[in-house]
Design a protein around this ligand. Structure first.
Ligand code: DGL
Length: 266
């Protein structure tokens, strides 16, 4: 069991920012990653569809011996985490990317924070609900920023187009006076520096990668599941392969990646 891989999934390549963070904290672990590129973006999909896709992907990861399953997608964490716990909670340890971030916010005692994410994540109200429950003294404003995902996927990151989109979204009056901004989408760490710069580096920009990786390390330790075999093998699957996905996957993971196509819907 200890030598089995950590299962991770996202709608596409965004979750590779989390996979990268896991590699920094847990270099001795093997990963099995699934990016549902055939159904990207999840941020515009119904809860019902996201639950269906997430269930199939979890079955795939468990079929490939994943010792834990991490939902490295906020849209799926908001829409499918409870469903997956009911369906698979007796078979594996499941983690999402929202609860660890909310727990972290609880330790910081901010008076006002913001969260940005896909339409699905923001309209679910999950961050507000969970932050209000854990940190009643923290007011939270949320803003959907749906253009960020296609912008990043298309490689508009350090240019006039991305700067204009970032400025337009983040100038929203509702974000005035925030002390921290949660990046409620696993694609957004790619533009983390530009976001920090927009706020003149005066606020804390919170992304889930490192926070979730530390929680994951604790869970593996507690359950005696840390890989001590000395063998590390990472596997990356997508539901629709293009060379472009592979190229952008390398940017997100910050390392060499070969993607394999897996047809899991039939
Ligand atoms: N990476 C996904 C998330 O964290 C967003 C991308 C999508 O909409 O599919 O929500």
């Amino acid at each position: 069991m200890k030598g089995q891989p950590i299962g991770i999934f996202d709608s596409g390549v965004g979750g590779l920012t989390v996979a990268h963070a896991i590699k920094q904290i847990l270099p001795a672990e093997s990963l099995i990653y699934f990016g549902d590129t055939a159904h990207l973006p999840y941020g515009d999909k119904s809860e019902e569809s996201i639950r269906f896709y997430s269930g199939k992907i979890t079955e795939f990861l468990l079929g490939h011996n994943a010792k834990v399953v991490l939902i490295a997608c906020n849209s799926a964490s908001a829409s499918a985490f409870e469903f997956l716990k009911k369906e698979f909670g007796d078979k594996t340890i499941l983690l999402d990317v929202i609860d660890p971030v909310v727990d972290y916010i609880g330790t910081r005692h901010f008076s006002k924070i913001g969260v940005i994410g896909t339409k699905r994540t923001i309209s679910s109200g999950t961050y507000e609900l969970k932050v209000n429950a854990i940190s009643p003294g923290t007011s939270i404003v949320s803003l959907p920023t749906p253009l960020f995902v296609p912008m990043i996927e298309e490689g508009f990151i350090f240019d006039d187009i991305s700067n204009a989109i970032i400025r337009t979204y983040l100038s929203n009056d509702s974000l005035a006076g925030i002390q921290a901004l949660i990046l409620g989408c696993t694609h957004y760490p790619i533009i983390r520096n530009q976001i920090s710069k927009f706020f003149n580096f005066n606020i804390e920009v919170v992304d889930s990668g490192r926070i979730v990786s530390v929680i994951l390390r604790d869970i593996l330790e507690k359950n005696d599941l840390l890989n001590d075999s000395g063998i590390v093998k990472d596997q990356f699957f997508v539901s629709d392969y293009t060379y472009y996905f592979e190229k952008i996957a390398r940017t997100f993971f910050e390392g060499e990646i070969n993607l394999s196509k897996a047809d899991i819907w039939n």
